[in-house]
Design a protein around this ligand. Structure first.
Ligand code: KIV
Ligand code: ZN
Length: 532
């Protein structure tokens, strides 16, 4: 049966491919927060994880399926290699979802066949339909991806796709796995598939791509012009290596340049009907949530969601914008949900005002989370006269982004200055409840704190990133600190916000260490089970 699609399907893979970014690992509660935000954003499909990869991934997919996979919510998707055990596990994890999809994949490029899979083309041609049919025995909605399609022989690709569709795939996804193709090549690849796969009208063509050459979004837009109707993307473009195509860039390109894209979807150019289902006003909030939870900072000049995306610095630009915004602005900051940095609350604001503003900002907090955030709000309000939306967001994200608090910072004190040796004293409560105090000197106050914490916690690690960002302007601004550290090739991140950046630095470091410690404990537990 032919499938027709008159708008673009947004398939979000922040929780699967996005979470594969080094250090972006999220726990189940954090994944649920992102999944809820994605549902509010209006994505059509959430790829919630790779259930066979680990028990944690399985649990996350299962919980997202049950909490967010409602009848009127998004389709929940699980990734599976083209093997029976992967597919069966994905089907099991997806059970609670009202609308479920299994996404199975197998590479088709000669490079992958020869070096990675050690399989012949003939073998791939027989595995694909067999595994698609197996996935189909669990769910109606099956997606197949020929991994590294961008570097595959198109003639072979057509054969594999035809076999996948004949076996029941309803979406065929074309990945530029290594971010190698250029826009015109990628557009031609999609056109070739449309023209040469005999049963292509029975499936949606989807695209997936990485940003190694910075071309992922451009490639996708060219793919849309040539017949692709599903875009696989992530919030802030996070993902393997240089990341995936950024959801916010794709959606806003299709929104702002609707008149240009409309005819490619068979609509009159002037049609005002949205090309995607996305509520663009949720974009900024979702971007901030993902950045805060993953610890992956958004570069200031990043399109759409970067701090400078709507700022006008040069006098000529400012003058033009003051006369008429259209002189230098192609979209309204409010269309992505960026509110004015208005002063909203202060020291005398009560709990109700705080709760109401949180609701307006789209935060759904439990009573316990609200209590914790309110205590922090009062604390900040004592130090900072005016609390803006951005401050509230920083406070809440700091409070709710709690990795397991195994080591807890009880005290941090620093002495530093021109003619003194930076010295830090810290008291940390261990997971066993013991309070340990130690001190260290360093090249600066933060170095001294980290050395003092290391003496107490005693977990070897390599600090690979330390960054401080001011949430608002002004001398009393909240500072956000992001830390990334490495241990045995794995990266762990920590993020904290405070009006005192020394305190924020200590807390961010301890959060990253807690993640590392939890990872080590989990690995130890798995080892014990395997060896027993
Ligand atoms: O990049 C890729 O090829 C993938 C596939 C699993 C779709 O992520
Ligand atoms: Zn990918």
């Amino acid at each position: 049966m032919a499938i027709s699609q008159d708008r673009i399907i947004i398939f979000d893979t922040t929780l699967r491919d996005g979470e594969q970014s080094p250090g972006a690992t999220l726990n189940v509660e954090e994944k649920l927060k992102v999944a809820r935000a994605l549902a509010r954003l209006g994505v059509d499909v959430i790829e919630a994880g790779f259930p066979y990869a680990s028990p944690g991934d399985f649990q996350a997919v299962q919980q997202v399926a049950s909490a967010v996979g409602t009848e009127d919510g998004p389709t929940i998707c699980g990734l599976a290699r083209a093997t029976q055990q992967d597919i069966k596990t994905a089907a099991e994890a997806l059970k609670p979802a009202a609308k479920k999809r299994i996404h199975t994949f197998l590479a088709t490029s000669d490079i992958h066949l020869q070096y990675k899979l050690k399989k012949t083309r003939q073998e791939v041609l027989s595995i694909v339909p067999e595994m698609v049919a197996y996935a189909k025995s669990f769910v109606d909605d099956v997606e197949f991806s020929p991994e590294d399609a961008g570097r595959s022989d198109p003639e072979f690709l057509y054969q594999v796709l035809e076999a996948a569709i004949a076996a029941g795939a309803t979406t065929v996804n074309i990945p530029d796995t290594v971010g190698y193709t250029t826009p015109s090549e990628f557009g031609a690849l999609i056109k070739g598939i449309k023209d040469n796969v005999p049963n292509i009208d029975q499936a949606i063509i989807s695209v997936h791509g990485h940003d190694d050459l910075g071309l992922a979004v451009a490639n996708f837009l060219e793919a849309v012009k040539n017949g692709a109707r599903q875009l696989e993307c992530t919030i802030n473009g996070i993902g393997e290596r240089a990341g995936n195509a950024a959801l916010e860039e794709l959606v806003m390109a299709l929104h702002v340049r609707r008149q240009y894209f409309n005819p490619f979807l068979g609509r009159p150019a002037e049609s005002t009907e949205p090309l995607t289902n996305i509520d663009t006003k949720q974009i900024y909030k979702t971007s901030r949530l993902v950045s805060n939870l993953t610890g992956m900072m958004v570069q200031p000049n990043k399109a759409i969601v970067g701090a400078n995306a709507f700022a006008h610095e040069s006098g000529i630009h400012q003058d033009g914008v003051l006369k008429n915004k259209l002189t230098y602005e192609i979209m309204d900051a409010q269309s992505i949900g960026l509110t004015e940095n208005q002063i909203v609350l202060g020291k005398l604001s009560g709990r109700n005002a705080f709760r109401t503003r949180l609701k307006e900002l789209g935060f759904e907090l439990s009573e316990t989370e609200l209590n914790k955030a309110f205590v922090r709000f009062k604390d900040v309000a004592d130090k900072k006269k005016e609390i803006t939306d951005w401050d509230i967001e920083a406070i809440v994200n700091d409070e709710i982004r709690q990795p397991p608090e195994l080591f807890r910072l009880e005290l941090v004190q620093v002495s530093c200055g021109d003619n003194s040796c930076p010295t830090a004293t810290v008291t940390v409560r261990t997971p066993e409840g013991e309070e340990l105090t130690d001190a260290a000197i360093g090249t600066g106050p933060v170095d001294a704190i980290y050395k003092a914490i290391n003496r107490v916690v005693n977990i070897p690690n390599e600090l690979i990133e330390f960054s401080v960002q001011s949430v608002t302007s002004g001398i009393d601004a909240i500072g956000e600190v992001t830390i990334r550290l490495r241990y045995e090739n794995k990266v762990y991140s920590g993020h904290a916000a405070n009006t005192d950046i020394i305190v924020a630095s200590a807390r961010a470091y301890l959060k990253a260490l807690n993640r590392l410690y939890a990872g080590l404990q989990a690995a130890k537990a798995t080892e014990t089970v395997v060896n027993s």
